[in-house]
Design a protein. Structure first.
Length: 177
């Protein structure tokens, strides 16, 4: 009788330890394979972009983090639709016209507590758009597909916009997060 109970306990321990290992392996595998995949069920992407249907929206509150996320995980976003707002600008560079939508982002060191100087840099995306272009410094809303292009042997992101509209009320152009 004691032998049967001992045998049952040993078999139970083996079965339970085997299941525990499989579960741990499954969780580890799942975590590893979904680390850079967007969580469509939560409605958000890594917490910085808001998913609305098939569109990833960049909001004012997390503009810097969201734009950086698109650049940092560009492979996840190529072919996806994004929407964002910012200031429009056309700029000639090396005899080619570049169109971009951006916000001015304040850059300062942790030791730099003097915000009186303009330490703003542009943060946004180059866009391509076939329709009528707004005037420079117009505050616009852009919606389009994230694509890549190659220039001088390097790959860059561009938003192939199918919607570019001037906002009724301009949003915040200079931000700090």
């Amino acid at each position: 009788m004691k032998k049967n109970i001992l045998t049952m306990l040993v078999l139970s321990a083996v079965l339970l330890s085997g299941c525990g290992n499989d579960k741990d392996k499954a969780e580890t595998t799942t975590a590893a394979t979904t680390e850079h995949v967007h969580d469509d069920d939560s409605g958000a992407s890594r917490g910085n972009l808001v998913k609305d249907g098939d569109t990833y929206k960049i909001t004012d509150e997390k503009y810097i983090a969201a734009v950086n996320e698109v650049y940092d995980y560009s492979a996840d976003f190529v072919g996806k639709r994004i929407e964002f707002e910012g200031e429009y600008m056309a700029e000639m560079f090396q005899s080619e016209m570049y169109y971009q939508v951006y916000r001015k982002v304040r850059e300062h060191c942790h030791e730099d507590h003097d915000h009186s100087t303009d330490n703003y840099k542009r943060l946004g995306f180059r866009i391509s758009y076939e329709g009528d272009k707004p005037t420079d410094e117009s505050f616009v809303r852009v919606s389009g597909i994230v694509e890549t292009y190659e220039e001088d042997g390097k790959e860059y992101l561009i938003i192939k916009a199918d919607k570019l509209e001037v906002c009724d009320e301009p949003g915040v152009v200079e931000i700090e997060q």
